[in-house]
Ligand binder design. Sequence first.
Ligand SMILES: [Zn+2]
Length: 609
Amino acid sequence: MSVVDEVKQRLDIADVVSDYVALKKSGRNFRALCPFHTEKTPSFFVFPERQSWHCFGSCSTGGDIFSFVMKKEGIDFGQALRLLAERAGVTLVAKEKERTEERQFERLYQANEAAAQYYHHLLLNAKAAEIARSHLEKRGISQEAIDSFQLGFSLDSWDALGQHLLSRGYKEEELVAAGLVREKEGGKGYDLFRNRLMFPIRNEQGRVIGFGARALDDSTPKYINSPQTAIFDKSGTLYGIDLARGAIREQGLAIIVEGYMDVIVAHQYGMANVVASMGTSLTQKQVGLIKRLTPNLALALDADAAGDAATLRGLEIARQAFSARTDVKDRTWMRGPSSLKGNLKVILMPQGKDPDEVIRESVESWRSLVEGASPLMDYLFKAVTSKLDLSKEEDRAAAAEQLLPLISEIDDGVERELYLRKLAALVGVDEKTLAGKAARLRPTEREKQRGAVALTPAQPLRHHLEEYCLCLLLQHPELKEEGMELLPEYFEGTESRELFLAWRSRSDVDMLRHSLDVNLHHHLDSLLNRALPPASAKELETALVDCRRRLEEQRLRRLKALEEVLISEAESQGDQEEVQALLQKALAPSAQLRNLFLTGKPERKGAQQ
Ligand SMILES: [Zn+2]
């Protein structure tokens, strides 16, 4: 539970409001002269059951306990939260700790960025870096690529980087936490990277989070990485993602290769939709990064590694993550584009060649390899059978045992049948028998749902439409103009409304975060990290327009419900005049609702009151 929820749960809105306004009981609700405008007959109401307030007079606004205190005291959300939290006896200490933690993360980013600049400067200028420069020249890396990937060189020294960063005001423990300096028991720390070609690894936002480093002599291992730190998790990162995301979205295809050089050369030759898994077998987090950008993923695989246990494991993770739908849990989450299923292919490299070699030799042959990528299932057939001798009975059984579960999970009936036939021919078993077995292996709808839900982080069910809408706005800055048409009143959740208000004045995520109260960072991050199904620019726009229509509908229904409460109260007290006056007002949201259904468009801002 967030602190906002906790405060709301502990405080009663009527209690808090009555500190400022003389409330009079009116049925189950309270009534008062509006504290926000001058009036003679009270039209300001507090609804304890909904924990909300509303002025039916000329303000025509309402909200929750937070918006009331903010408005009445003229303070911002953070101040209101502190005030109400104190009153509710909710402690914000843990959140203050979070703020400190965030400041520490920022130091780690900065230290890594300073190191990247230092290494880059050395590569370009240091005499000792001659070996690195000639290595890059031999591999045909252009100056432009060196600059855009900010390649660098670490000196053959135990403390060159450490000294440099200490002189820039960093503390030794910060450098250790950033993974740049390694702690020595009882002694001074030493530089982790020495005499190596340096590849800064950046996150999606382009911040340096760690390094890959290649030995330039015969030191082993040839490649080392930054250790896992608070900001660096190798298994959740793809090298080059910051530079590739635009191209991936535009081309509707992401290609995952293995090495740093493969990415750099691909980008240099104009193929910017390429990223690297950095040698590990593909993880779910990595696939998740891609899934947000496109439903189409191709994996470039080494011919020698075909059928390797690690390769197959990576493919299995990619297959599962890619075939899961994102909307199973909540059908209203997104219509249309969510039904797009992942399309996973394998690009098999020629024997003994890396993508960077293929590309440098001939861009055309790389292109035709990409075009000729085989569907994952075809590749798996080859990979599984390449290790078997199908003239032997037990090997045929092994092939069926490995391939049948995979085939049974294909959702498309026609496609499933096609592969069943292929397998039947391969292992010499009757197709019907295999189909029966496959049917028993097929996951039930319930199991499928369970699987899909596990992929997406837990989402609070309430206000899902508001949160979905914010996800769209936060993850797709190009929707800014359309998003400005939304009203703050659409957001009933306190945290979402605050986020929306902040987003309206600055949509850049980093600046947005700085402007937000620290207690809202968690909400911001959860929305930023929520996986949206890939969608084209047009589909996104349609999704937002649809969202706006439904939010307007919700707003009007809320309003109507409040007025109905009032009407039934006035009726029960036999106050006919009052009922008439309220009915007059209640007609407004009804008329607007009718209009919304007829035109499918909310009325313009300002026109609704
Ligand atoms: Zn008012």
